[in-house]
Design a binder for this molecule. Structure first.
Ligand SMILES: [Ca+2]
Ligand SMILES: [Ca+2]
Ligand SMILES: [Ca+2]
Length: 335
C-alpha cells in the first residue's frame, strides 16, 4: 500500500513538472528576439519548443537553444550567451533560452545518464520508461584530403545542418556532388572526392604519371582509378596533351630529356598486340584513325614493337616494346 502511494505521488510530481509550476523559471527567462549564432551542435525541424529544450537537456555538450517559432525550428548550441558573448545577437522571430533554467527532470530517463560529451541520450519522451541509449550527437568537423570547407554558406556551415556542401581546394579535381550528410551513427557520408593531378579539357580529364611502368601495368594503374590509358582521337587532342601535359608537367621534371628523345616518352593507350600493324585503342577497341607517327614509324623494330608511346620532345608517336618501362597518361570521361 505504501509502495502504491509512493508511485502515485511520483507520478503526480512528474505530471506537475511537465505541466506548469517547475517550468516557470525556464519560461520566465526566455530571451525573445535573440539567438546565439554559429555555435550549433544540431538542428531539428518540426519540433515543439519544449522538445527543443529537452534535446538540450539530454545532450551533455549543450548549453543553450535557439528556437524559431514560425517554423518550429530548433537549434541546440554548445555555448551560451556568457561563454560566447560576441555571437549573441538580435534575431527576429527567434527565442533564446539557457539549459540551466530548466528542470533536469524534463530529461526523463536521461536525467542521470552518463553519456559522453560528444553523445546525446535517446529515450522515450513523456513516459516513465527507464530505457535510454547514448548515441553520437554530431559528426564533428568533416575531414577528407583536399576538401575546402571555407566555401560553405552560413546556413549550411558546420553543425548548423546535418547536410552541407563542400568543394575541393585549388589544385584538386572534384568528383561527386560535394554533398556531405551527417548520419545517425555520427559519421559523415561524403559524396565528394578531391584528387590532385587531373587537368581538364572539355569533358575529359587527364593525369600524368611519371613513375616508370611497362605498358600493361600502366594500363592497369589507369583502370584502378576508374580511368584508361589515354586515347588520342584527333590532332587537337594530341596538341593539347603535348602542350598542356607533356610540355608543362613532364619535361620540366625530366631533366635528362635533352640527351635523347628515346629516354623521354609516355605510354598512350594504343597497340597492335592482337594483329600486327592493326593498331587499336585498348579501352574503346576502336581502330586508330588519327595518327601522329614519328619519322619511319611504326617500324615494329626487331619484330617486337606493339605499344605506342608519345615522344615528349616532339609530341609524335613511336611503336615500342610493350615491356619497356616509362611514364604514362590516364584519361577519364566526365559525364
Ligand atoms: Ca581521348
Ligand atoms: Ca607491332
Ligand atoms: Ca618504333
Amino acid at each position: 500500500m505504501l509502495l502504491f502511494q509512493n508511485s502515485n505521488w511520483l507520478f503526480l510530481v512528474i505530471s506537475c513538472v511537465l505541466c506548469d509550476g517547475s517550468l516557470q523559471p525556464g519560461f520566465s527567462k526566455l530571451q525573445y528576439g535573440h539567438r546565439l549564432d554559429r555555435k550549433v551542435i544540431q538542428s531539428f525541424a518540426e519540433v515543439s519548443f519544449l522538445d527543443c529544450v529537452i534535446e538540450c537537456l539530454v545532450t551533455p555538450r549543450c548549453k543553450s537553444v535557439n528556437y524559431f517559432k514560425g517554423a518550429n525550428f530548433c537549434e541546440i548550441n554548445y555555448e551560451n550567451k556568457t561563454t560566447a558573448e560576441t555571437n549573441y545577437e538580435n534575431g527576429t522571430g527567434w527565442v533564446y533560452s539557457e539549459k540551466e533554467h530548466w528542470p533536469k527532470e524534463l530529461a526523463g530517463a536521461c536525467e542521470n545518464a552518463n553519456c559522453l560529451i560528444n553523445q546525446t541520450c535517446k529515450h522515450k519522451r513523456y513516459t516513465q520508461d527507464k530505457a535510454f541509449d547514448c548515441v553520437p550527437s554530431d559528426c564533428g568537423i568533416p575531414f577528407k584530403t583536399g576538401i575546402d570547407l571555407s566555401t560553405t554558406k552560413r546556413e549550411d556551415a558546420i553543425g548548423i545542418h546535418r547536410r552541407i556542401h563542400a568543394s575541393c581546394s585549388d589544385g584538386y579535381f572534384q568528383f561527386g556532388s560535394g554533398q556531405l550528410i551527417c548520419q545517425s551513427n555520427g559519421e559523415w557520408k561524403y559524396d565528394i572526392v578531391c584528387e590532385e593531378g587531373w587537368v581538364q579539357s572539355e569533358n575529359h580529364i587527364y593525369r600524368l604519371f611519371t613513375e616508370k611502368k611497362n605498358w600493361e601495368s600502366a594500363k592497369d594503374q589507369c583502370e584502378s582509378i576508374d580511368a584508361y590509358l589515354v586515347e588520342i582521337e584527333s590532332s587537337e587532342e594530341n596538341t593539347w596533351i603535348y602542350h598542356d601535359i607533356v610540355q608543362q608537367h613532364f619535361l620540366p621534371i625530366m631533366n635528362h630529356c635533352t640527351h635523347s628523345k628515346w629516354n623521354c616518352t609516355v605510354w598512350i593507350g594504343g597497340s597492335d598486340q592482337s594483329r600486327e600493324s592493326q593498331f587499336i585503342w585498348s579501352k574503346s577497341k576502336n581502330i586508330i584513325t588519327f595518327t601522329k607517327w614519328f619519322l619511319d614509324n611504326p617500324d615494329n623494330y626487331k619484330g617486337n614493337e606493339d605499344c605506342i608511346e608519345m615522344l615528349a620532345i616532339t609530341g609524335e608517336w613511336n611503336d615500342r616494346s610493350c615491356d619497356y618501362n616509362t611514364g604514362f597518361i590516364c584519361e577519364k570521361n566526365l559525364n
